[in-house]
Design a protein around this ligand. Structure first.
Ligand SMILES: [Zn+2]
Ligand SMILES: [Zn+2]
Ligand SMILES: [Zn+2]
Ligand SMILES: [Zn+2]
Ligand SMILES: [Zn+2]
Ligand SMILES: [Zn+2]
Ligand SMILES: [Zn+2]
Length: 123
């Protein structure tokens, strides 16, 4: 798959840069404004999760959402990180991809977030 460099991206992602690190096919990407960025040769490539058995693009009308109210509607600014997946946008909830669909959330599988250690930051 060819990845597109993100033009005009000046931020350098790294440990404690403030963006959520996620594990993607053996490397670490960073969630940034609905994109998934991979630092490469000094620029950011835009990655996305493929449609795989671990992250299937499927409809799961009976999925019970852990981590948010059933009345919660995912969207820009909903408080969850947007994650690109197989040509659409999902939201990261408790290590799972949620895809808002017809009033329910589709479960599009697991994503490992890498909690950056150190820094002594507390919430
Ligand atoms: Zn960053
Ligand atoms: Zn990646
Ligand atoms: Zn990008
Ligand atoms: Zn559905
Ligand atoms: Zn949400
Ligand atoms: Zn999805
Ligand atoms: Zn959900």
């Amino acid at each position: 798959m060819a990845y597109t460099p993100h033009e005009g991206h000046t931020h350098t992602h790294g440990a404690n840069c403030g963006h959520t690190p996620v594990e993607h096919e053996g490397h670490t990407d960073y969630l940034h404004d609905g994109h998934m960025h991979y630092m490469h040769d000094g620029h950011a490539d835009c990655h996305e999760f493929a449609n795989t058995s671990r992250n299937p693009d499927r409809c799961t009308p009976d999925h019970r959402c852990d981590g948010h109210e059933t009345t919660h509607v995912h969207g820009p600014g909903c408080g969850h990180e947007a994650v690109p997946h197989a040509g659409h946008k999902d939201y990261l909830v408790g290590g799972h991809l949620h895809h808002p669909h017809n009033g329910h959330c589709d479960d599009h599988g697991e994503v490992s977030t890498r909690i950056t250690v150190g820094g002594g930051a507390s919430l």
